[in-house]
Design a protein around this ligand. Structure first.
Ligand SMILES: Nc1ncnc2c1ncn2[C@@H]1O[C@H](COP(=O)(O)OP(=O)(O)OP(=O)(O)O)[C@@H](O)[C@H]1O
Length: 474
């Protein structure tokens, strides 16, 4: 049986090309030949070549062998993992050593025995594959260290609604089905995606996330599929895309509703064909991922509005998990609040307890920012607590800072001038930080805790808004 490999023979002697091709064709799936080394670049761009057999002497400079060295360097500049065997009729040990030092995998002197040629090609092929695999591991490791975060907290809850969620997670985790997680901001969609990955057969593989709310369309494409050096102005080196990084594991696409239509087509094709082509490249890369998407908007509505492709929605929502907002599961508040109290108590070395009346207030509050808001509220109250008691006012500090309706209305209408923030006595506030804090709180309140929408209205990326929310404890 022929081996799946592509070989390229470059020699300006047509007899050598014919003889080599006839011999190698019996053993390898594809054998390409070139009589002019200037065509090497175009050939390598078109085909994934594993081994090049390269003549050392072309007509320009028939005996020194320098031309062979020149083309060897050119090949490795295009793809350092290609195995190159140099061939010459003027063999000597000195040149063999030089060729290997310059990166050739092996050296072959003409005329050769067929057996000798086949053994050299087979060895070079293995060598090239090892080198390619090592390169991929190194590139993936580099990419992974950039996108993987640290330990992930557990998904907590004992309400009926959350028990149902845990049940779906356990069942879905055992399959490779695509999963769509929906829910308001801060309900734990990302945490749920981690939980699925950790319980799945891919748990030992990578978990790679990408927030579609934080990137522009073209950047998203390059992040998803990778890019080749020179594909666009800032592409100074090849970049591995998240699809490739997630191979063997899980790819988590947050805020999938923000993916522009043009990129939706490409994502659909990547999922259907199980391969991606980096931006500026032409060689598809096979991928093996489980896809989990998250959204805090109703995608069927986005489909009805013509903003989201129906075929893509069907492809990504084989299993749907809806995370209930915290206000629909007040039974979970005590568990979560005590969890965060202990967590932040340890972090800030404070021993604090919640009073039953405080718990009742926590249960009654609607938590538009869901679990994220609850955790921030507890963290702030722990930091600012006096003695061993939590101050109820501190727990709800964010609530008391929420803006009045008139300002929300002004904010909602972008064309209406928003007047200065007024203190109680009617004096304008010129403290930028306070104004920023107030405006962000207004936006979040107006969009009912939807971070993406608030970020868009504020002209910030979701990442930038989250950083400010952390800063102001929102
Ligand atoms: N059930 C839960 N148990 C413990 N922590 C939770 C739970 N749900 C959410 N959290 C915490 O709340 C915060 C927000 O969670 P996460 O980022 O998963 O929410 P999200 O729905 O993906 O939010 P967004 O849509 O804004 O990205 C995180 O700190 C997370 O650890």
């Amino acid at each position: 049986m022929k081996q799946a490999a592509t070989l390229l023979v470059v020699d300006d002697n047509p007899d050598v090309l014919l003889a080599t091709r006839l011999l190698l064709k019996q053993h390898y799936e594809r054998v390409l030949t070139l009589d002019d080394p200037h065509a090497i670049e175009a050939t390598l761009a078109e085909h994934a070549v594993d081994v090049v057999l390269l003549d050392m002497n072309f007509s320009r400079d028939a005996i020194s062998g320098q031309e062979g060295f020149y083309w060897l360097k050119q090949i490795h500049a295009l793809d350092p993992a290609i195995a190159v065997i140099l061939m010459t009729a003027y063999s000597d040990v000195q040149r063999a050593v030089e060729a290997i030092k310059c990166g050739a995998t092996d050296f072959l002197s003409k005329p050769w025995q067929n057996e000798q040629l086949l053994t050299t090609v087979a060895t070079a092929l293995n060598h090239g594959r090892d080198k390619r695999a090592l390169g991929q591991v190194a590139r993936r490791a580099q990419g992974l260290s950039q996108v993987m975060s640290g330990a992930v907290p557990n998904l907590l809850g004992h309400s009926k609604a959350m028990l149902q969620v845990f049940d779906i997670i356990a069942k879905a985790a055992q399959t490779d089905a695509n999963i769509l997680i929906s829910g308001e901001s801060g309900t734990g969609k990302e945490l749920t995606a981690h939980a699925i990955h950790q319980q799945s057969l891919r748990a030992k593989g990578p978990f790679i996330g990408l927030d579609m709310g934080a990137l522009s369309g073209s950047l998203m494409e390059s992040e998803l599929f990778g890019h080749k050096k020179g594909a666009f102005t800032d592409a100074r080196a090849d970049r591995v895309g998240r699809f490739e990084l997630a191979s063997g594991g899980t790819l988590f696409l947050d805020e999938i509703g923000n993916l522009p239509l043009e990129q939706q087509v490409k994502l659909l094709a990547a999922l259907q064909n199980r391969q991606v082509t980096p931006v500026g490249g032409n060689k598809p890369i096979h991928t093996d991922i489980r896809l989990i998407c998250a959204t805090n908007e109703a995608l069927p509505q986005a489909v009805a509005d013509g903003r989201f492709r129906q075929d893509l929605l069907y492809r990504i929502n084989t299993i749907e998990i809806r995370l209930p907002p915290l206000r629909e599961r007040p039974e979970d508040i005590e568990l979560l609040a005590n969890h965060y109290l202990e967590h932040f108590g340890r972090k800030y070395r404070r021993e604090l307890r919640l009073q039953p009346s405080q718990l009742n207030e926590l249960r009654a509050y609607p938590w538009p920012g869901n679990v994220r808001e609850l955790s921030h509220a507890i963290e702030r109250a722990v930091i600012l607590a006096d003695g061993d008691r939590l101050d109820t006012a501190l727990l709800f500090a964010a609530r008391s800072e929420l803006p009045v309706a008139a300002e929300v209305a002004a904010f909602a209408n972008a064309s209406a001038p928003v007047g200065p923030l007024l203190q109680d006595e009617g004096e304008p506030v010129f403290d930028l930080e306070r104004v920023e804090h107030h405006t962000i709180a207004s936006a979040l309140r107006h969009f009912q805790g939807n971070v993406s929408h608030a970020a868009k209205a504020l002209g910030l990326t979701r990442g930038a808004l989250y950083r400010r929310m952390e800063k102001y404890g929102l």
